[in-house]
Ligand binder design. Structure first.
Ligand code: DGJ
Length: 728
């Protein structure tokens, strides 16, 4: 049983083969954090905490002057009765006070894991896969229950947490802050790592030492954002890709979030993640409840790589859902960079004809097919086909594509409205706005108010009609701006600060309904590339357009950084034209293909204008992709060389049975007369013999991992190689 309750010591031990998490109820009231990390056996868990009197640290236990909430490592700390650090939550009561006294009331240990109502969460397929602990705390004066939910997976080094407020009292209260998890480490000699960026430069890695005080990352944009992914990790100072202790936390949520780390004067570290408390207030009336999103907590004793592989497995197998979860995805061509808004049915058909000949399997029609949208200034909201561009409608084009033996996919951006649209003219109050204030535009558009039920219902109906109107196998769901003037015409003044979270609940309802109604459609999420690349979105749509930056060199960093949390199967990666549309760089087709083949391969260029030589190369690359795609998409990833550290990048994927692997090696700028170089592989079975690219000479796994594989002498910028490795 992976959750044990030791009544005598008042200690919970959540464990699996590799991880332990220990909580102690102190003074019968306070859930204190004892330990999280490598699996331990503890004979005397209650001796872990040590209390020492500290000046200016008040005590809630007059009989024990050494005890203070200010120095107690806690599980879900409050503010206002002695702990001066960042609280996990704050409520404002009807009398205006923010003082609460939640104390332990009871607990329950359950087999399995429950889904969260209206929110994405990781799941199980069988009750034996996980156990759940629910600690119930109660504030007797307010009559409010606070449930702290913990689930530990049996075969994954993952603990998930969330909090749930249940109002059984008699006065409305406001929730001003409610993180999904908080945990206090006993030490602070860590580094921390996070993924930062912006549009076209997402998820770059930054590692820094922890300092005293609060360090935080967040989003206030109404989306998880290009700027900071909802993830951070604490790393032991010696942690590398392969070795060391790493603690990763991530939030299953696609909206505003905050993750913070506080190092206190006694060198303890408080880590938390949840909905961003800034600009958030949620009112709960008696009889109502509030559920926080779920936090995913991963511990790895095998460095950053070990953490990533755990996140990958969880996301791939217990977050993503639907028929495509376990299926490779069709190789697609998207017309966006080939035509932008300027296309005709004839041009699209030519692109499709040529693509089919090259072995491409799915044709995606991007932005510009509806209303009078010839640029980004109009028509979002008017989801009616533009007959000037597509005289035979979506159905005509989709049928043509399908008759060729290809699948057809369509782009939509349902969450938005253009001021120049019939929808906006009819319902000017359906967008997020504050009466009397300006409505700030971004990409000439406004955000529909998905906190309103009728707006969500309208979108469900409209999209259901479109998706049923033609043979549509794939949908690209875009979202091209962040929120401003966040207010809803449908909410009373005291609920205005609920708008952003209600929007997310509305979005999740729409996605749940549509993905249930159209189980065979492959949904790809997009927000100007990777502006909403988070675990929450993957619960509904199993892949995301990784970035609008399709340059092969930039993509190395973006895909490498993304892989810190997300597996290759969640990333869309396209081969595009040169000079590259984002950075103007010229890279060889081979390099562009080899980068895109490390994820879900697609194309986004005028294939009808390619030279014969390039066409032949694409045919060959596609055939290679078919050989390696299962290894890339379902294998374990090992990062070998980082593009953030030099001109070389390498990563590899290994099948679960270690019988096949594929290594990708890229050199951006060549060095004159370069040194000899052996690349040390990882993740192979040391005892198995492997052949590389079917060459005669086999190597042992340990040989390839310890001595390494000799790499070719590179004399050209933007060189790249793929090695297919198979056990004999
Ligand atoms: C942003 C996306 O990331 C692009 O791929 C493309 O779909 C455009 N939007 C279309 O407006």
């Amino acid at each position: 049983m992976p959750v044990e309750w030791n009544e005598a010591d008042q200690v919970f031990h959540l464990y699996n083969k590799k991880v332990s998490y220990l909580i102690q109820i102190v003074y019968g009231k306070y859930p204190a954090h004892l330990y999280w990390g490598r699996r331990v056996q503890v004979l005397q868990p209650s001796s872990i905490l040590s209390f020492k009197g500290r000046a200016f640290s008040p005590t809630t236990e007059p009989a024990d002057l050494k005890f203070s909430l200010d120095t107690l490592p806690q599980e879900y700390p409050a503010f206002g009765n002695g702990d001066f650090r960042e609280p996990a939550y704050q409520l404002r009561t009807h009398d205006g006070s923010t003082i609460t006294e939640f104390v332990y009331d009871s607990h329950e240990i359950l087999k399995g894991k429950r889904p969260l109502k209206g929110l994405p969460s990781s799941y199980i397929e069988d009750d034996s896969e996980a156990d759940t602990l629910v600690i119930t705390m109660v504030d007797a004066i307010l009559g409010i229950g606070l449930n702290l939910n913990y689930t530990i997976y049996r075969d994954l080094d993952v603990i998930t947490r969330s909090a749930y407020f249940e109002h059984l009292g008699s006065h409305a209260i406001e929730i001003h802050k409610c993180m999904s998890m908080s945990v206090d480490f006993h030490e602070s000699n860590w580094d921390w790592l996070h993924l930062h960026g912006t549009w076209a430069r997402e998820r770059h890695i930054e590692r820094r030492p922890l300092l005293h005080g609060i360090q935080t990352i967040s989003s206030t944009r109404g989306a998880s954002s290009h700027q900071h992914n909802p993830f951070l990790a604490l790393l032991s100072k010696d942690a590398t890709e392969e070795f060391g202790d790493v603690y990763g936390i991530s939030l299953m949520y696609s909206g505003n979030y905050q993750a913070s780390i506080e190092v206190d004067p006694f060198d303890k570290t408080r880590l938390s993640i949840g909905i961003n408390p800034f600009d958030f207030i949620w009112l709960i009336n008696p009889g109502e409840m509030f559920q926080t999103p779920e936090a995913v907590m991963v511990y790895s004793s095998e460095g950053i790589g070990g953490m990533s592989r755990t996140f990958h497995k969880l996301l791939r197998t217990r977050v993503c859902r639907g028929v495509y979860r376990d299926k490779t995805r069709p190789i697609l061509i998207n017309n966006w960079e080939a035509t932008y808004f300027n296309f005709t049915e004839k041009k699209l058909k030519e692109l499709a004809d040529m693509s089919k000949g090259l072995g491409i399997e799915l044709f995606v029609l991007d932005d510009g097919w509806f209303g009078h949208r010839d640029n980004d200034k109009s028509s979002l909201g008017d989801w009616v086909v533009n007959k000037k561009k597509l005289p035979h409608g979506i159905k005509g084009l989709a049928d043509y594509i399908q008759n060729k033996g290809m699948q057809f996919g369509l782009w939509v951006e349902p969450e938005m409205v253009s001021p120049d649209s019939n929808l906006y003219r009819k319902h000017p109050d359906w967008c997020l706005h504050v009466p009397g204030r300006s409505r700030t535009l971004s990409r000439n558009q406004l955000v529909l108010d998905l906190s309103r039920e009728e707006v969500c219902d309208f979108l469900i109906k409209t999209l259901t009609n479109i998706f049923s109107s033609a043979p549509i196998s794939y949908v690209k769901w875009d979202m091209n701006r962040n929120m401003t003037e966040v207010g809803s015409a449908a909410l009373p003044p005291e609920r205005q600060k609920e708008t952003a979270h209600r929007y997310m609940l509305g979005l999740y309802r729409i996605l749940e309904t549509l993905t249930e109604s159209f189980p065979d459609i492959l949904f790809e999420s997009c927000s100007g590339g990777g502006g909403r690349f988070d675990p929450g979105i993957f619960y509904y749509m199993p892949q995301t357009w990784t970035s609008d930056d399709t340059d092969a060199v930039e993509r190395l960093k973006i895909q490498y950084g993304t892989s810190i949390v997300y597996p290759a199967i969640t990333m869309g990666a396209h081969v595009s034209e040169v000079p590259n549309h984002q950075v103007g760089r010229m890279t060889p087709l081979q390099m562009r293909c080899n980068v895109a083949m490390a994820a879900n391969l697609g194309f986004e260029l005028n294939v009808d204008k390619l030279s014969n030589e390039d066409q032949t190369m694409i045919v060959e690359q596609i055939s290679l992709y078919h050989q390696i795609k299962e290894i890339v998409l379902f294998g374990d990833q090992f990062r070998l060389l980082s593009p953030f550290e030099g001109m070389d990048t390498a990563w590899m994927y290994v099948t679960q049975n270690q019988e096949q692997a594929v290594v990708f090696y890229y050199k951006t700028l060549a060095t004159p007369n370069p040194p000899f170089f052996r690349l040390k592989l990882r993740g192979l079975n040391p005892k198995l013999k492997y052949k590389i690219n079917n060459a005669e000479q086999p190597f042992y796994g340990d040989e390839l991992m310890q001595i390494g594989k000799d790499m070719p002498l590179i004399k050209k910028d933007y060189s790249s190689f793929i090695f297919y490795i198979k056990a004999i």
